[in-house]
Design a binder for this molecule. Structure first.
Ligand SMILES: [Mn+2]
Length: 247
């Protein structure tokens, strides 16, 4: 049985310089370590710290990661991209290059009798009204068209500025002994399980690797990130395991 991989929050592009490149190379080694064993890969958002496709232009960089993804795609591996809050401006390039499936919000599927719920993790639950409003603006066709009219040097410059500010504002969780009752994605999973049933509810966005039972047999998995943890999940056909990639 082939494997399914899940990972998110690589934030390629930051910090500037070799750091992002080292991370990208590590990602390539990680993907390479599954060559011949994987038949689907889910990138659950914020692969890039900023991504915006113009009509004829895409942001510079990431050629090594794109290389291995293209190679896998050409060999029949199904590639999925979720729109994260940093890289939601995908307008057809990944479909065209990698035959990828792009997911705007959540995606639900079943495999070998296991039911999966996937989402980047942004804008869920009750709180964060300001971000929810911002997300509407970010996702509005008119705003996207206006942004596309800006010269990329100006547009991408602006975006990098705001992206750095949002990263600072989010204040990534350092403490792993978090209170699950206050963890909004855990609560979101609890609420979903009132009316639906999933074996695995997988998210990114929090930059904190978590694998917790919401109810017996129903798990909330957070994929962590590749800025600090180098974590990913793998489904081997029977069960899902959250792992750390060791070079
Ligand atoms: Mn995010």
């Amino acid at each position: 049985m082939s494997k399914i991989l899940f990972a998110s929050d690589f934030h390629l592009g930051v910090p500037e310089g070799p750091n992002s490149l080292q991370r990208e190379k590590r990602l390539v080694r990680w993907l390479e370590s599954f060559r011949g064993e994987v038949d689907e890969i889910y990138f659950l958002g914020d692969v890039f710290d900023f991504w915006f496709e113009y009509k004829y232009v895409i942001p510079k960089g990431y050629s090594r990661l794109f290389g291995i993804i293209a190679d896998y795609a050409d060999k029949g591996v199904k590639i999925h991209f979720f729109k994260g809050n940093h890289d939601m401006w995908m307008f057809g390039y990944f479909e065209k290059e990698f035959n990828a499936e792009i997911h705007d919000n959540d995606y639900i599927f079943q495999k070998n009798g296991k039911k999966f719920y996937l989402h980047h993790g942004d804008g869920l639950g009750d709180g964060d009204k300001a971000y929810k409003l911002l997300k509407k603006v970010f996702r509005s066709k008119i705003c996207q068209r206006l942004f596309a009219f800006l010269h990329p040097s100006i547009g991408i410059g602006l975006a990098r500025f705001f992206s750095a500010r949002s990263r600072a504002a989010q204040g990534y969780v350092e403490d792993t002994s978090i209170n699950l009752k206050k963890e909004w994605l855990f609560q979101y999973c609890e609420d979903m399980l009132e009316t639906q049933t999933y074996d695995y509810m997988i998210f990114g966005h929090r930059h904190l690797p978590l694998d917790v039972e919401v109810k017996p047999g129903h798990r909330y998995i957070n994929l962590g990130d590749w800025l600090k943890y180098n974590t990913y999940a793998v489904f081997d056909g029977t069960d899902l395991v959250l792992k750390t990639y060791e070079d």
